[in-house]
Design a protein around this ligand. Structure first.
Ligand code: IMP
Ligand code: MG
Length: 185
């Protein structure tokens, strides 16, 4: 197996840490208002990519929250979807009659969220089901996905950082970047 070429020098910042935090603050304000009468909001973070967005967002919410995690996988080690969504861990509490907010890093082809939202609707009967994605790669969409909160729109290019990876790397970056040198990916 060829070793992974870790090339942070070929990254170009798309959204700075400050831009991300400012936008998340705005989203949190909208959510605090929308859910102001909610008894408990069930936030479901979709792993692995959603962990940073969910953790920063959760810290800005002033409503009672229960935070849950599921893990779905469709990319394997590559930069393209394998076309099938692998449910790695879908352990969840009862969601009937609860307000549920899904938190995901990016909606790309839409396969993952189309699958998961249909799964939730068919198995559980939440009072409300909404979706917050940090990034929306609209051009790549193959399946319809209804998004309620969107951080930023991005073009059809591979992005990393702030939870998003390339073969497991770059998730720890506090900003979102793309590769300038396509050979190094
Ligand atoms: P989908 O194609 O909408 O099913 O996207 C599935 C998952 O692939 C997302 O939740 C991300 O974790 C990952 N993904 C999609 N596009 C990118 C990207 O540009 N960079 C890193 N991960 C991505
Ligand atoms: Mg993801």
């Amino acid at each position: 197996m060829t070793p992974y070429a870790y090339t942070p020098e070929s990254l170009k910042v798309l959204f700075t840490e400050q831009q991300l935090q400012n936008r998340i603050e705005e989203l949190a304000e909208e959510m605090n208002h929308l859910y102001r009468d909610t008894e408990v909001l069930i936030m479901i973070c979709i792993l692995k990519g959603g962990f940073m967005f969910a953790s920063d967002l959760a810290r800005k919410l002033n409503i009672p929250c229960q935070i849950e995690f599921v893990r779905l996988s469709s990319y394997g080690d590559g930069q393209k979807t394998t076309g099938t969504v692998k449910p790695v861990d879908l352990t969840l509490p009862r969601l009937s009659n609860r307000d549920v907010l899904l938190v995901e890093d990016i909606v790309d082809t839409g396969l993952t969220l189309n699958f998961f939202m249909e799964y939730l609707e068919s198995l559980h009967t939440p009072k409300s089901l909404r979706l917050a994605v940090l990034l929306d790669k609209q051009e790549a969409r193959q399946r319809p996905v209804k998004t309620d909160f969107i951080g930023f729109e991005v073009g059809n290019e591979y992005v990393v950082g702030y939870g998003l990876d390339d073969q497991g790397y770059y998730r720890n970056l506090p900003y979102i970047a793309h590769f300038t040198d396509t050979d190094s990916q």
